[in-house]
Design a protein around this ligand. Structure first.
Ligand SMILES: Nc1ncnc2c1ncn2[C@@H]1O[C@H](COP(=O)(O)OP(=O)(O)OP(=O)(O)O)[C@@H](O)[C@H]1O
Ligand SMILES: [Mg+2]
Length: 341
């Protein structure tokens, strides 16, 4: 992923510090995603009433939509401890055992990037999730034996940007499945307004509306653009983010009114000019624009697909007529016919 990609949903190094003060702590501060929230609210209330841990939760969706935030909120709403780790940090069985043997009753145990768990760790996790026990091997060679260590009943929260890569035995052990989708314009505007008030930034409602449209459906991007617009407003304006500031700021960041940035447009242009609009394999396309498959699939494509610029077909990626139009290129229906569907 390019470092200068202002619209990437992925957080950059150190961004968490900037995000912390505005990260929602409770469900009512978490704006948008109403269906998800109302269900979660009920599951949380019910678990609290029964004095049981919340069922295991599987969170999936593109980066920056609030998966980590939601895991923290669940712990806060349940009034329990949270333990946070990520799959790449769980290298050896003892890494997982070390965490699970120190949790308290009903802890929310969050594992990020759950599609990257190693098989041995995954096996251990199955048993922990199902029986609240750890299989532990002591001794070596012929005298080795397995003992089972109980762990307090807990809630496993697993997050991933690639739900398709999670093995089905692991996936099937989650009782609650939360699939997060891009936020709509109105939700993003609310998020921007909330963040601005916490950060003491003055933004007109027209400007917030405009900025929401370029936020790629992603709260992290919205908040990042807000911080950049604050810079422009401070140095080049009167300190207030107006529509003029947003217009010129977005132009300088090369973000267009559809929320596409330079690299998005480059992907579409490459697809159209080099590969006649496709279909072309994702790997070839990624190499052509100098990006990794991961960032193409996780960061760039989902939004462009949702916006209708791009399609994933069994034979590869295809640019839609809308992509041609957006780039000001001519769509040749004879040449492109039949490839879309
Ligand atoms: N619903 C929301 N309301 C308000 N702010 C939000 C919401 N969702 C996310 N945010 C903001 O966006 C930022 C990014 O969210 P978060 O870190 O939870 O994303 P994520 O889905 O875990 O991303 P990643 O896949 O990169 O781990 C948070 O700091 C938070 O301030
Ligand atoms: Mg996260």
């Amino acid at each position: 992923m390019s470092d200068d990609s202002i619209l990437s949903g992925l957080s950059y190094h150190g961004e968490e510090q900037a995000e912390n003060p505005i990260r929602p702590r409770l469900l009512n501060e978490f704006l948008g995603q109403e269906d998800i929230k109302s269900n979660l609210r009920i599951f949380i209330e019910a678990a609290k009433k029964r004095e049981e841990p919340l069922d295991h939760v599987f969170l999936s969706g593109p980066p920056g939509l609030g998966k980590t935030t939601l895991a923290g909120i669940m712990a806060n709403e349940l009034g329990v401890d949270a333990k946070v780790t990520s799959a790449p940090a769980l290298d050896k069985p003892k890494d997982l055992a070390g965490l699970l043997t120190t949790i308290t009753e009903r802890t929310v145990f969050f594992i990020d990037e759950i599609h990257r768990l190693k098989p041995v760790i995954e096996e251990m996790l199955y048993i922990a999730m199902e029986d609240f026990e750890l299989d532990w091997i002591i001794g070596q060679g012929p005298s080795a034996r397995t003992i089972r260590i109980p762990v307090p009943p807990f809630t496993m929260v697993g997050a991933t940007t690639k739900p398709g890569r999670v093995s089905s035995p692991l996936y099937s052990r989650f009782g609650i499945n939360v699939r997060m989708n891009f936020y709509n314009h109105q939700e993003l505007q609310k998020i921007l307004t909330r963040s601005a008030s916490i950060l003491n930034i003055t933004i007109t409602s027209d400007a917030a509306h405009l900025l929401a449209g370029s936020s790629r459906g992603t709260p992290r991007v919205a908040n990042r653009l807000l911080r950049r617009m604050r810079d422009f407003a401070q140095i080049e304006g009167e300190g207030i983010i107006t529509t003029d500031i947003v217009h010129s700021g977005l132009k300088r960041l090369q973000v267009d009114e559809k929320g596409l940035e330079k690299l998005d447009r480059e992907i579409l242009r490459t697809l159209i000019t080099k590969y006649q609009g496709g279909p072309v394999g994702a790997e070839t396309l990624a190499i052509s624009v100098g990006e990794s498959m991961d960032s193409l699939e996780d960061f760039y494509e989902p939004y462009m697909i949702q916006q209708g610029f791009l399609k994933r077909t069994p034979r590869g990626r295809v640019a839609t007529p809308m992509a041609y139009k957006h780039l000001g290129l001519e769509w040749n229906s004879n040449e492109n016919q039949g490839l879309l569907f």
